[in-house]
Design a protein around this ligand. Structure first.
Ligand code: GTR
Length: 410
């Protein structure tokens, strides 16, 4: 209630001008407002001093952007149960395992695509949410359909028709051939992606957040940590110390916040996460803070609305979000035609997070200029901008596998 009132007051000026207000995104570099980025180190000179500064940035970003974990979240118990018998896939090269993670009254279906060798030796895995159900990730008749609200379907119900529909975004065979597993869940099983004043999904049990408390992205991120608990405690085939958290777009914002919030994630990947993710907010090019909070009021905590059209007043920017991952390996990927997500702003964020990586004794980002298209740079921070549009492609996975192999496989 408090949150809706607060949102309504903040939104009021826009509602008044709504009749003749047409939002024209800026894509012109020369029209970017002059800005000064907060210095991520703020005088920190030694690695030993960083944890205190990190806590400062983490608390700020939690309170002002994604929202802090609530008492109810911290008190929640997670349990799991097998959901189907294990099944050989890809001509016996791989195994499909399905479990249900029970969290705050919700059943989250989790599918694990593992190399056969995982039965003998735990494997590193990528953990990432999908947009359209586990059955859309890989075409197999036995993958369980979600019973939750489906964003991608007109009738909001999962359908058999979608088996394998998103397979081009999930290089399951390539991942398995590379000795990794893929663990995925439908994010709507945790919290359906529409604004309903936080009534459904896990919020049914957790309750409505206050303005400084976890909104949807922070809730999805928190549930990734609960899935990690289950992988670590109950799935012997997975090496819990080698879990790379990965996400695309809004789910890339989610993977960044999951990686920042839970240092057990050994590696973090943001694919085209853009505004509210890897991109610098102060550039206000493509999607802006006003635009994103207007279109998706449930993603960020109520406090974030303060910075709509006032990016310069943010006491942080998203390079400080990326720096929270340090010194763990971080990969940020952009796409050339995805100007809405501001590829250059994503690169600059990596560049300005890099001093923390270097202070902590790693190579950081091995570039000072934005690399040419399809020319990845990989240090402890990896970055590429591939040709094409907002998507996850085989090219992206090829880089992630190379990066994860270099960092997670001895
Ligand atoms: C867009 C949104 C982006 C991005 C994208 C997605 O509509 O403006 O911030 O998150 O959705 O998640 O596909």
């Amino acid at each position: 209630m408090m949150r809706s009132l607060f949102l309504a007051i903040l939104a009021a000026p826009f509602l008044i001008i709504a009749d003749d207000f047409v939002f024209e995104p800026n894509y012109d570099e020369s029209k970017i407002p002059a800005y000064t980025l907060p210095d991520v180190l703020e005088g920190v000179k030694t690695a030993a001093e960083w944890p205190e500064k990190r806590t400062k940035w983490y608390s700020l970003i939690a309170r002002e952007m994604f929202g802090e974990k609530t008492e109810a979240m911290l008190a929640t118990k997670t349990t799991m149960a097998p959901a189907a018998p294990d099944k050989a896939i890809l001509g016996g090269k791989g195994v499909l395992k399905q479990i249900v993670v029970k969290l705050a009254g919700e059943d989250i279906n989790v599918a694990l695509f593992l190399p056969k060798s995982a039965a003998e030796k735990p494997v590193p895995v990528f953990l990432g949410y999908n947009f359209a159900g586990n059955h859309a990730v890989f075409d197999d008749p036995d993958i369980i359909l979600p019973s939750s609200w489906m964003m991608k379907r007109k009738d909001r119900t999962a359908s058999e028709e979608d088996r394998g529909a998103s397979a081009s975004r999930w290089a399951v065979e390539r991942i398995i051939n590379g000795g990794f597993g893929l663990v995925t869940a439908y994010y709507g099983d945790v919290d359906p992606d529409f604004h309903d004043e936080f009534a459904n999904g896990v919020h049914g049990e957790l309750g409505q957040p206050e303005n400084h408390e976890a909104a949807s992205i922070a809730t999805w991120s928190w549930a990734l940590s609960r899935i990690l608990d289950v992988l670590t405690d109950s799935i012997p085939e997975v090496d819990g110390e080698k879990v790379a958290v990965m996400g695309h777009s809004r789910l890339g914002k989610t993977s960044l916040w999951a990686g920042a919030s839970d240092e057990r994630f050994a590696l973090v990947i943001s694919n085209n996460s853009g505004c509210g993710g890897a991109a610098l907010s102060r550039r206000a090019i493509g999607e802006t803070v006003w635009r994103i909070t207007d279109s998706f009021p449930h993603w960020f905590c109520g406090n974030f609305l303060r910075y709509a059209n006032k990016e310069g007043e943010m006491p942080f920017d998203n390079h400080t979000l990326l720096a929270l991952i340090a010194p763990r390996p971080l990969y940020v990927a952009s796409a050339e035609e995805d100007t809405w997500a501001d590829p250059k702003g994503e690169f600059l964020s990596c560049l300005h997070a890099s001093p923390v990586y270097k202070l902590l004794g790693t190579k950081g980002l091995p570039a000072t200029e934005m690399p040419a298209v399809n020319t990845p740079v990989q240090g402890q921070i990896g970055y590429h901008m591939r040709t094409g549009k907002h998507d996850v492609t085989d090219y992206d996975w090829e880089q992630y596998l190379k990066f994860a192999t270099a960092n997670l496989v001895p």
